[in-house]
Design a protein around this ligand. Structure first.
Ligand SMILES: *Cc1c(COP(=O)(O)O)cnc(C)c1O
Length: 236
């Protein structure tokens, strides 16, 4: 008891700190805090870590693996009504059906083959999560996402050939670079395409992302503490 107890309290304190910091950053940017959705990234964290944040009233969570979410969330969803789940990690086509049934928002649509499977599943299940296109703003070969130059054609084909409209764009800037130009580029792309949602900003850079127009920030370690070393910091 004495050993396991401080953990939830620490997470709750960190959560409050992040909320305050989001409010301050949106204030500084002349934006309303209500316009920025905080996605609490609970990947690799167990129910014992997540429950205190739920108890504090938070309902929007991000996971990077379909299987992990399918195992972890049914019980929590039953215990806490109104939960909104976001998929922020890469999605394989053979997990698309399950992803459609579990997630309210999928941030990581990055290729036509996946979009086609998602479109088919959404119709079959009559279940329509919001979709974002992941854009590889840094053109990193190891990272998922469309090149900015491919975006227009992709969105047009999604709409015209498959009847799918996207809610917005998501990016993960290169870890070694100033994220600001990447956020700015993503915001400009979204504006050009008439898309309203911008998923950008993580624990280290969410204030910058808010200044650049983020509507969804994905915050893990700043709320839940560091993840186990075995878990990759940025999954792909
Ligand atoms: C893990 C992860 C996050 C959260 O990262 P933190 O730095 O812990 O806030 C955000 N976005 C994606 C895509 C992730 O995989």
């Amino acid at each position: 008891m004495a050993i396991s107890e401080p953990m939830p309290h620490a997470a709750t304190t960190s959560y409050q700190f992040v909320l305050d910091h989001v409010a301050a950053a949106s204030d500084a940017a002349g934006r309303l805090p209500g316009a920025i959705k905080l996605v609490a990234v609970s990947k690799s964290k167990g129910p014992e870590d997540i429950r205190p944040i739920l108890a504090a009233g938070h309902r929007v969570f991000g996971e990077n693996r379909v299987q992990e979410a399918a195992t972890k969330w049914p019980d929590l969803k039953a215990a806490f009504p109104g939960i909104e789940l976001h998929l922020i990690g890469p999605l394989q086509t053979n997990k698309a059906a399950e992803a459609v049934s579990i997630f309210d928002v999928i941030h990581t649509v990055d290729r036509m083959k996946l979009l086609i499977v998602l479109a088919k599943e959404m119709r079959r299940q009559n279940c329509y999560p919001s979709l974002l296109v992941q854009v590889n703003t840094g053109l990193e070969p190891q990272k998922a996402g469309l090149a900015a130059s491919e975006l227009g054609e992709f969105l047009a084909a999604a709409k015209n050939d498959h009847g799918i409209s996207f809610a917005g764009l998501m990016c993960i800037p290169p870890v070694t670079e100033d994220p600001m130009p990447h956020f700015r580029q993503l915001a400009a792309l979204a504006r050009r395409q008439g898309l309203s949602e911008l998923s950008m900003g993580m624990s280290a850079d969410y204030a910058t992302a808010i200044a650049e127009g983020a509507t969804m920030i994905r915050i893990g370690s700043a709320i839940f503490g560091a993840r186990p070393a075995a878990s990759p910091l940025v999954a792909r």
